[in-house]
Design a protein around this ligand. Structure first.
Ligand SMILES: Cc1ncc(COP(=O)(O)O)c(C=O)c1O
Length: 338
């Protein structure tokens, strides 16, 4: 199957598969006390500076660990109305942390201090859950990317109100590739307190990393990881994948390719009549509206999701392994259907 459905429809990058193979074949101490996990810690520190690294099986698990580290049960997490933690995690954060989520409407998937400010009147009122975390996704669920200036402003705002900033980095590599800065400059240097670092959507078999920059948040993290069922006894197989991902800029090569493919796709369809790109194409997603009669026949050839069933807005996602020929073929098919 060829598809523009999701970056997790793709398989495993050969260099990642090789890293798993190399980690195999001998006994190692379990639960992250192995040489591969220790090595990955060194690699993360080279890129981010001082950081506590834990691992999770999936993005939902990583987000739950992060948010649990930042909150008490009577506190609340501010997020966008499109946030994965709100819409796509089956209530996992609220169920396992006990916190409320406070969603805010946004036109581009991004939060700003202006949007958040009205919620802060709740602070100190015993009847209200207390806003404690601003949770953002980078890149956002709408394929947009926060600029460094926007990130710094948001973190400064959060800290000035005694709040933490959590970054859902399921697609952080795509965002950083788009920004053209280093991983450190785009995260900890902006003031991010805690984040997930996505692997699965960028060529891993599975696995996400939890990166804790704010020392206040690290003490309980391993217990939360275990309690939320995310501690893998054979952690070496996740850690070895991350070492490969972070070596020789594999993360950047893959994410840059996915972003480039999305830009090519957007450019090609923008010349077609009756096709409207609906969101800024900042990373590896293209949001688009096409005549509704052409959706099903096109999906039959290349699966993709209808993002909004009311407006028929579609999401086309590119991956590290999207090929230019697939884009040409897809656009030709769409052209013939119009
Ligand atoms: C923004 C965002 N966060 C996190 C995830 C990770 O989700 P999962 O728990 O399926 O790995 C996804 C996957 O779709 C996502 O798009």
């Amino acid at each position: 199957m060829k598809s523009f459905a999701s970056d997790n429809y793709s398989g495993i990058h050969p260099e990642i598969l090789e890293a798993i193979q190399l980690a195999n074949g001998q006994h190692q101490i379990s639960y992250g006390n192995d040489s591969h996990t220790k090595n990955a810690q060194i690699v993360f520190e080279k890129l981010f500076g001082e950081v506590t690294v834990l691992y999770a099986f999936n993005g939902t698990g990583a987000n739950v660990i992060c948010l649990k580290c930042c909150t008490l049960p009577f506190q609340a997490i501010v997020c966008s109305e499109y946030a994965h933690i709100l819409v796509d995690e089956c209530g996992a954060p609220t169920q396992s942390i006990g916190c409320s989520l406070l969603p805010l409407p946004t036109s581009d998937g991004k939060l700003t201090s202006e949007l958040i400010l009205p919620l802060l009147g709740r602070i100190g009122n015993v009847h209200n859950s207390q806003p404690k975390v601003i949770s953002i996704s980078q890149s956002t669920e709408l394929g947009t990317v926060y600029s460094i200036k926007e990130l710094k402003a948001l973190c400064q705002f959060a800290h000035s109100h005694d709040m933490f900033v959590h970054l859902d980095g399921a697609r952080i590599s795509n965002a950083v590739a788009s920004l053209g800065v280093s991983l450190k400059e785009a995260t900890v240097d902006c003031g991010i307190d805690i984040m997930s670092f996505g692997g699965t959507k960028n060529g891993l078999l599975m696995g996400e990393a939890v990166l804790i920059f704010n020392k206040k948040l690290k003490e309980n993290a391993p217990y939360f990881q275990k309690q939320t069922t995310q501690l893998f006894s054979k952690n070496r197989f996740i850690a070895a994948q991350f070492t490969a991902l972070l070596t020789d800029n594999l993360w950047l090569r893959m994410a840059s390719h996915a972003n480039l493919m999305a830009h090519k796709l957007a450019k090609s369809v923008s010349t077609l009549p009756e096709v409207r790109i609906t969101r800024s194409v900042d990373a590896n997603a293209v949001f688009v509206i096409i005549p509704s009669h052409s959706i099903k026949p096109l999906q039959a050839e290349y699966p993709f999701y209808e993002w909004n069933e009311l407006t028929h807005e579609l999401r086309w996602m590119c991956s590290f392994d999207t090929k230019e020929e697939e884009i040409t073929d897809f656009v030709n098919k769409l052209r013939s259907l119009l």
